[in-house]
Design a protein around this ligand. Structure first.
Ligand SMILES: [Ca+2]
Length: 455
């Protein structure tokens, strides 16, 4: 080695050392335990992803990451973590809405604890909730004033509870006071795998059992997997049901979200007997299933009507990032898995990274989250008990461990707040009671009751 090249080598080595020091110091707030050896950008995109393809299971690996240093400086968005993807929104309000803060002083109570994954809730009498426990497939009654939990109700269906499966959502019939009819969704073993199933039974007068439970709908085709069942249900104003499904996650079965001869990755619109509603958009199409209302969805985990506009809103898991809030119109295609504002959990682009929905002929989400929020059950606040919350949307976050409060003007998101961020809970479902309490259930088996303080 000549003298000249040796000094050049030393210079280069010093430069590398200085750069490494700089990288290390800028990184130490964003990655606890980082050695400074690895590129923080790479860690950001692979940390919570490579081992686990399920969006729900990466909460643990995100622990220990602190707020991103670059993005938190702007101080304007409710989202303070750096973006995972390179995508630009189709319009400015489509992501990272301005941060807002509730001014009303709130009272937060823990009603119950330790019950496991509380997937769905329905208020069937004032302050009395029917609550599903996903994994044990138990249907329980929780009295939110008396902090009391019933014995499991008999007569509930057999479920397949592996992975994301189990007893899922619960809703009561619009004429429940007379019919006593309770609707349940669950993952069901059938020939060839499992399906998202919907059934109904009448709650006995003594509240101990569901009588004559029968399955009224199965979202075929069956698939041998245990992810992405969707499973939310809501009644429309003609007493028919909307049922959401997932696309069963794996590649290539997920492509069936685009197919009109499969009930995977859809919003489904059926009667209380499981028949397609006659006004559905594809009833005239011989090659399409009559129950389909909208398609191109990934895994819809929340659904509710906007109390003022009457629009039907849903929230669906994106892949890594790109979780979407959509307004559902009949016959519309929401684009999955052709377009997405998220990326694969491997870090790869989906379909060469085409994010623009509208330019590709699909419906743009009204809002999306990057990084992942893993949005679950949701409810509009259709009450005036906390006036500043009226018509706001509340969404439970799993990986993100917060409740998102979303302020909407027309169909535009104008503000976002994050509630209960210090609880470390995965928020699974949200309900607003007749009296205006905000109820949140979690995977840790907690039910929170949030009201205005001093009431
Ligand atoms: Ca979409």
């Amino acid at each position: 080695m000549t003298k000249f090249s040796w000094s050049r080598f030393m210079l280069l080595a010093m430069l590398i050392f200085i750069l490494a020091l700089a990288a290390c110091s800028s990184d130490d707030t964003s990655n606890e335990g980082s050695t400074g050896e690895s590129d923080p950008a790479t860690e950001e995109s692979t940390d919570d992803s490579a081992e686990e393809p399920t969006d729900e299971s990466d909460a643990e690996s995100e622990e220990g990451t602190d707020e991103g240093t670059e993005e938190s400086a702007d101080g304007e968005s409710a989202e303070t973590e750096p973006k995972i993807t390179e995508f630009e929104p189709a319009f400015p309000e489509q992501t990272r809405a301005p941060a807002i803060v509730t001014e009303t002083e709130l009272n937060e109570e823990v009603i119950v604890d330790g019950l496991g994954v509380l997937w769905g809730m329905a208020e069937f009498e004032p302050n009395r909730l029917l609550v599903t426990q996903r994994d044990t497939a138990e249907l329980l009654i929780v009295n939110i004033n008396e902090f009391a939990v019933s014995e499991p109700i008999e007569g509930t269906p057999e479920v397949n509870n592996s992975g994301q499966g189990g007893l899922l959502d619960v809703a009561i019939a619009p004429d429940f006071d007379e019919s006593r009819m309770v609707f349940l969704t669950f993952s069901q073993d059938v020939e060839g795998g499992t399906v998202t199933a919907l059934g109904k039974g009448a709650l006995s007068e003594d509240e101990s059992s569901l009588e004559n439970f029968e399955v009224i709908f199965q979202a075929e085709p069956a698939y041998d997997g245990d992810l992405h069942y969707g499973g939310r249900i809501i009644f429309d104003d003609e007493d028919n049901l909307f049922l959401t499904t997932g696309e069963r996650s794996d590649d290539p079965i997920r492509e069936r979200a685009q197919d009109l001869d499969a009930y995977l990755g859809k919003v489904i619109h059926i009667t209380q007997d499981g028949e397609a509603v006659e006004s559905n958009p594809f009833v005239e199409d011989e090659n399409a299933l009559d129950g389909i209302y909208s398609y191109g969805h990934r895994n819809i985990q929340g659904i509710d009507y906007h109390p003022e506009t009457g629009d039907l809103w849903i929230v669906e898991f994106g892949p890594q990032s790109g979780d979407e809030l959509n307004i559902i119109e009949p016959g519309n295609n929401y684009g999955w898995p052709i377009v997405s504002y998220g990326i694969e959990y491997s870090g790869e682009l989906i379909n060469d990274g085409i994010s623009e929905h509208e330019a590709q002929g699909f419906i743009e989400p009204r809002y999306y989250w990057d990084p992942t929020s893993a949005p679950s059950g949701m409810a509009f606040y259709d009450n005036d008990a906390i006036p500043e919350w009226e018509n706001n949307l509340f969404i439970g976050g799993l990986v993100s461990s917060y409740i998102a409060r979303i302020v909407i003007e027309g169909d535009t998101i104008v503000g976002e707040e994050r509630l209960l961020t210090d609880e470390g809970e995965r928020f699974r479902d949200i309900l607003v009671t007749e009296e205006g309490a905000l109820i949140a259930s979690t995977d840790g088996g907690v039910i929170y009751k949030i009201t205005a303080a001093g009431e």
